[in-house]
Design a protein around this ligand. Structure first.
Ligand code: G6P
Length: 614
């Protein structure tokens, strides 16, 4: 989705803006552009295509301006083209604006402005914003008095419906950038005599670790040495800085060919970091940010886990862990479905939201809805201070470090481990599970990083199998229980980065339809990690082998008399944790298939890392 970068300081702005945009490439985009105040004029350079293309636009290297805004666009209103790229200007070229989000009433505002004589060059919703600001700036229609830059921006923003993170510069105010947001992220990085603006922290992490996290309906007026904050009525207030502990090298490739591969190999560290923050063998689990009591948890009659994509798959594992250890019924729902299904939620419901980015629009909307029904809300996120963490009653963090590749890997395994720790925490408060069982599970959790390292050592075998099947059109993933959850995530990874059609099925369900699709040479991947279900899944695999399927099996069981084409052996663990190990070969499998097909692993077509629109 769209990315925003801004700079004001004493250095030339355009190299910093372009570097920031390159750091945001992982979000997915189709056009890029910058606007710099140079020699008293706003100079806009933009085009469809890659950020690198900006460097070839005539005159860009001559820019000397030290204040500018920049954007990568992921098309919503209007196709990818130079005209539709941001920044957008008003007719008089007095203002330039970049915008993330969607203006829902843009048609109405466009008509209003057209009637006032404004012309539009693009098909975007964004182009109304600089013109509306100009309209208010040039005359205050209500009082007929002159208004300044900030008041003009505020008057325009008051007219907008929808979601937005907006950055504005004005030719008449060459020493300030104005920002405002609603339901779309924006942070301000504080430097020394310079300040940075970004939709995502990694964009400017190499310059600063100190950030102001802008709130909904809050304005920031950013100068070189200072930032002023105002509420929606333009009353000024102070704002605290948050220091981010991410290392800037964690947002770089560090010798790996792709971010995804690096992030797959970072999983042992990500899990160690997450586990050591919350888990002790001889003590009860402790989440400093949670204060759940036995009385409260005993009153809870159901838990919802709500998320999108990979985070939803982590939720499915969380459901198994909470139900098994706490005997509380858990429903897992996709955020975009939950919010429109009139869910049964009240003050006896606990709603847990999982989101790596903490910015997924549907997940945030589902959280707000649950709150309005009186439920307690708990967010699980990887990004400190992200929007979801600011909306929720409680937050706990995974410590996976920045995840750059669109396809989620280390965030998934960190979310799964955290859901298990949360289930243990609830079980200890409720005194529901046997202490020995919980202690054994804790030990297994501590052993996970070394078991993942062992699994990563077998990457050549996976690569070998990927080479044999990468030209296929369809693949199936099957498993039962926890292995079905792993299959869902494995299948999603394959779709995302290899563009191969794939489906995940509970192994026992295959014969109720999908087996009709099995023919000679089709690949079926079986996940077999639960000793109680292994024989049953083997029978289902035999059914597809009989019909000509080629099989890859991921297992921690000792299999005898088998006729599978490939078997990848992985270490044993508690069934509640098996997905954390079994998903690793499947992540590598998708990765190598994507590489053999010559695709862009980190930036798959049509996808975005952080989905900030509905
Ligand atoms: C997008 C990403 C997925 C991610 C999903 C939810 O679709 O491409 O990798 O799982 O959003 O993102 P979140 O940040 O809420 O976990």
């Amino acid at each position: 989705m769209c990315g925003i970068v801004g700079y004001i300081g004493n250095q030339k702005a355009h190299p910093i803006l372009i570097k920031g945009l390159l750091n945001l490439e992982y979000r997915g985009y189709d056009s890029a552009g910058i606007a710099v105040i140079d020699n008293g004029n706003i100079c806009v350079k933009k085009d469809k295509g890659r950020v690198e293309n900006l460097l070839n636009i005539e005159g860009i290297n001559d820019l000397k301006g030290t204040i500018g805004i920049a954007h990568t666009r992921w098309a919503t209103h209007g196709k990818p083209s130079k005209e539709n790229s941001h920044p957008h200007s008003d007719n008089s070229k007095n203002f330039a604006v970049v915008h993330n989000g969607i203006i829902e009433n843009y048609n109405e505002l466009r008509e209003f402005l057209k009637n006032k004589g404004y012309n539009f060059i693009s098909q975007t919703d964004t182009e109304i914003i600089p013109n509306l600001i100009h309209y208010y700036y040039s005359q205050n229609p209500k009082t007929n008095t002159e208004i300044d830059f900030l008041k003009a921006v505020k008057s325009a923003v008051d007219d907008l419906k929808g979601s937005y993170a907006i950055q504005v510069i004005c030719k008449d105010y060459p020493d300030e950038i104005i920002v405002v947001r609603k339901d779309s992220p924006l942070v301000i990085g504080k430097g020394n005599g310079e300040n940075f603006i970004a939709s995502d922290i990694p964009a400017v992490l190499s310059y600063t670790k100190d950030f102001y996290l802008l709130d909904d309906n809050e304005y920031g007026v950013i100068y070189r040495n200072v930032v002023h904050f105002f509420d929606s009525s333009l009353l000024e207030h102070n704002k605290a800085i948050k220091t981010i502990d991410w290392d800037s090298s964690s947002a770089e490739k560090c010798g790996f060919e792709d971010y995804m591969l690096k992030e797959i190999y970072e999983q042992p560290t990500a899990i160690r970091e997450t586990v050591s923050s919350y888990l002790r063998i001889e003590e009860k689990c402790n989440f400093e940010s949670l204060n759940f009591t036995k009385e409260y948890l005993s009153k809870i009659d159901k838990i919802y886990i709500i998320a999108c994509g990979t985070a939803m798959h982590a939720g499915l594992v969380g459901k198994s862990a909470i139900e098994k250890l706490c005997r509380i019924p858990v429903t897992v729902d996709i955020a975009s479905e939950f919010r429109y299904r009139d869910p049964i939620v009240d003050s006896n419901t606990l709603c847990i939201f999982i989101s790596q980015s903490g910015e997924t629009a549907d997940t945030i909307a589902a959280l707000k809805l649950s709150k309005s029904f009186g439920a307690k809300t708990l967010a699980i996120s990887n990004v400190i201070g992200s929007s979801i963490t600011r909306e929720a009653d409680y937050t706990i963090y995974t410590h996976a470090g920045p995840e750059i590749a669109v396809a989620s890997t280390k965030a998934y395994t960190s979310q799964v481990v955290l859901m298990n720790i949360l289930a243990i925490y609830f079980a200890e408060i409720l005194e529901k599970s046997n202490k020995n069982d919980l202690d054994n599970l804790k030990r297994e959790i501590f052993d996970l990083p070394s078991k993942i390292e062992k699994t990563l050592d077998d990457s050549e075998e996976i690569k070998d199998f990927a080479k044999k099947v990468y030209t296929q059109k369809d693949m199936f993933f099957i498993g039962r229980g926890m292995d079905y959850n792993t299959s869902l995530e494995g299948s999603l990874k394959l779709k995302e980065i290899s563009y191969i059609h794939s489906e995940a099925y509970p192994a026992g369900e295959l014969k109720h339809g999908p087996i009709a699709l099995i023919e000679n040479g089709v690949t079926v991947i079986g996940v077999l990690t639960d000793e109680h279900l292994t024989q049953k899944s083997i029978s289902n695999l035999q059914e597809v082998i009989t019909r000509g399927a080629r099989t890859l099996v991921i297992t921690n069981q000792v299999l005898t008399n088998i006729n599978f084409d490939y078997v990848i052996n992985i270490p044993c663990t508690n069934p509640l944790l098996s997905s954390i190990i079994a998903i690793v070969p499947l992540q590598l499998f998708s990765y190598y298939i994507s590489k053999f097909k010559g695709l862009d692993v980190d930036k798959p077509r049509n996808l975005a890392k952080s989905v900030t629109v509905e």
